[in-house]
Design a binder for this molecule. Structure first.
Ligand SMILES: NC(=O)c1ccc[n+]([C@@H]2O[C@H](COP(=O)([O-])OP(=O)(O)OC[C@H]3O[C@@H](n4cnc5c(N)ncnc54)[C@H](O)[C@@H]3O)[C@@H](O)[C@H]2O)c1
Ligand SMILES: [Zn+2]
Ligand SMILES: [Zn+2]
Length: 379
C-alpha cells in the first residue's frame, strides 16, 4: 500500500465492447465516506457480465470497466462514518443495495432499493467517480461492485456481512445467480406445495430456480433447455422431467407443456434473456391461476403478450435478485448453505485463476459447464 492509502493490485479490465479482458495493474483508492474497501477472494462470472461485454440486450455503459458482481471477500478498510463493518469481516458485495431508509426499503413489497441507483448503473460511486484507476485513467465499476479485481470499494449499503466460517469460494455464488434463481421461485413466484412448475433455461439461475421449486415442495418441476447436456444437473437439483424444445418440431413448447400438465403449469420461471422464450413461458401457464416470473435479463427488448392470456387471469411479473432484500437476505442464505439446506458446490464446474478469466467468458458463451469461480489470489 502507498502512503496515500492507494492499493496496487491485479484486475481484469474490459477496455471495449466485445474484446477479451486484459489483466492490468490497477490502483484502488481508499474508501470514502460510507464506503468499504474489500479484498475479493473469489468471484463468479455471471451471464450479465457477458451480456454487458457483448452489448447484447444491455444499455450502453462506459468503458474501460472492471466487470464482476458475484463475489465474496474480506473487509480491508472502512471509510468515514461506516459503523457496521470492520477490517477482517467476511462479506458479500451486493449489486442491489439495501439502505434501509428509502421508500422502497421501508416497504415489505419490494427489494428495489434506489440508493445510488443511477450512479451504480453508470459505473460510479455516490460522488460520481470510481475508486479504480489505471495509470491515472478512471476505470468504471460494474453495477457498483467490480469483483474481477483483487481489491474493490463498495458502498456500505451494498455489502452483506456473513458468518466467519463460510467458505468464500462457494458462497460467492450467493452474490447473484443462485440467490436470484432460488428467490425467483420462493419469493417472486411463491411456488406452493403440490404445484406444477416449468423452468426455462437451465444455467446457474435456472438450476437455482429448480432448487427453489423443490424446496417449496412442488410436485412437478419441468426443466426446459435447448441444451440436453443440462438435464442431468437439472434432475440432481430436483427436476422431475426435462424437455428440449428442439425435439418437438410439430408443436410449440407451450403446447407441449399444456398437454403434459392438463392445461398448463401453475408457475413458469424464465431464466433465459430471450423475449421469445418469455412469451412461450407465459403462454404455458394455466388459465386463471398461472404465474410467470421473468428472471432472464434484457434492458432493451420488449415481449409480446396476448391480451386474452392476461384477461384469463394469468399473472406476469419479473424479479431482480430473486426479490431478496439483499443485506438481510444474503447472510440467511449463507446460513442455509452451511446448514445444508441449499446446494452451492454442485453449481461449480470449474475454478480458474484471474489470469484465465477469458476462458470463463468463452465457456459461458459456448454454454460449457455451469459456474466458473475465479480465484483472485492463486498461489
Ligand atoms: N433478474 C436478475 O436479477 C438476474 C440476475 C442474474 C442473472 N439474470 C439473468 O438470468 C439469465 C440466466 O442466467 P444464467 O447465468 O443462468 O445463464 P446461462 O446462459 O448459463 O443459462 C441460460 C440457459 O438457457 C438455455 N437456453 C437458451 N435458449 C433457450 C431456449 N430457447 N429455450 C430454453 N432454454 C434456452 C441455454 O442453453 C442455457 O442453458 C441471464 O439472462 C442473466 O442475465 C438475471
Ligand atoms: Zn449476475
Ligand atoms: Zn433503500
Amino acid at each position: 500500500m502507498s502512503e496515500t492509502g492507494v492499493i496496487k493490485c491485479k484486475a481484469a479490465v474490459a477496455w471495449e465492447q466485445g474484446k477479451p479482458l486484459t489483466i492490468e495493474d490497477v490502483e484502488v483508492a481508499p474508501p470514502k465516506v460510507h464506503e468499504v474497501r474489500i479484498k475479493i477472494v473469489a468471484s463468479g462470472v455471471c451471464h450479465t457480465d457477458q451480456e454487458y461485454l457483448t452489448g447484447k440486450g444491455m444499455k450502453f455503459r462506459p468503458f474501460p470497466l472492471v466487470l464482476g458482481h458475484e463475489a465474496a471477500g474480506i473487509v480491508e478498510s472502512v471509510g468515514p462514518e461506516v459503523t457496521t463493518f470492520s477490517p477482517g469481516d467476511k462479506v458479500i458485495p451486493l449489486f442491489l443495495p439495501q439502505c434501509g431508509e428509502c421508500e422502497q426499503c421501508l416497504s415489505p413489497k419490494t427489494n428495489l432499493c434506489r440508493k445510488n441507483w443511477a450512479n451504480a448503473q453508470a459505473g460510479v460511486m455516490a460522488d460520481g467517480t470510481s475508486r479504480i484507476s489505471y495509470k491515472g485513467q478512471q476505470v468504471y465499476q460494474f453495477l457498483g461492485v467490480s469483483s474481477l479485481s483483487q481489491y474493490t470499494v463498495v458502498a456500505d449499503t451494498s455489502l452483506a456481512k456473513i458468518r466467519s466460517d463460510a467458505p468464500l469460494d462457494k458462497v460467492c455464488l450467493l452474490g447473484c445467480s443462485v440467490s436470484t434463481g432460488y428467490g425467483a421461485a420462493i419469493n417472486a413466484a411463491k411456488v406452493e406445495e403440490n404445484s406444477s412448475c416449468a423452468v426455462f433455461g437451465l444455467g446457474a439461475v435456472g438450476l437455482a430456480a429448480i432448487m427453489g421449486c423443490k424446496a417449496a415442495k412442488a410436485n412437478r418441476i419441468i426443466g426446459v433447455d435447448v441444451d440436453p447436456e443440462k438435464f442431468n444437473k437439472a434432475k440432481l437439483f430436483g427436476a422431475t422431467d426435462c424437455l428440449n424444445p428442439k425435439e418437438h418440431t410439430n408443436k410449440t413448447i407451450q403446447e407441449v407443456l399444456l398437454d403434459m400438465t392438463n392445461g398448463g403449469v401453475d408457475y413458469a420461471l424464465v431464466c433465459v434473456g430471450s423475449p421469445v422464450v418469455m412469451t412461450s413461458a407465459f403462454e404455458s401457464t394455466r388459465d386463471g391461476l398461472g404465474t410467470c416470473v421473468i428472471v432472464g435479463w434484457s434492458e432493451t427488448d420488449a415481449i409480446s403478450v396476448k391480451v386474452e392470456k392476461i384477461l384469463m387471469g394469468r399473472t406476469l411479473k419479473g424479479t431482480y435478485f430473486g426479490d431478496w432484500k439483499s443485506v438481510d437476505g444474503v447472510p440467511k442464505l449463507v446460513d442455509d448453505y452451511m446448514n445444508k439446506k441449499l446446494k452451492l458446490d454442485e453449481f461449480i464446474t470449474n475454478n480458474l485463476p484471474l489470469e484465465k478469466v477469458n476462458v470463463a467468458f468463452e465457456d459461458m458463451k459456448n454454454g460449457k459447464g455451469i459456474c466458473t469461480v475465479i480465484n483472485l489470489w492463486p498461489e
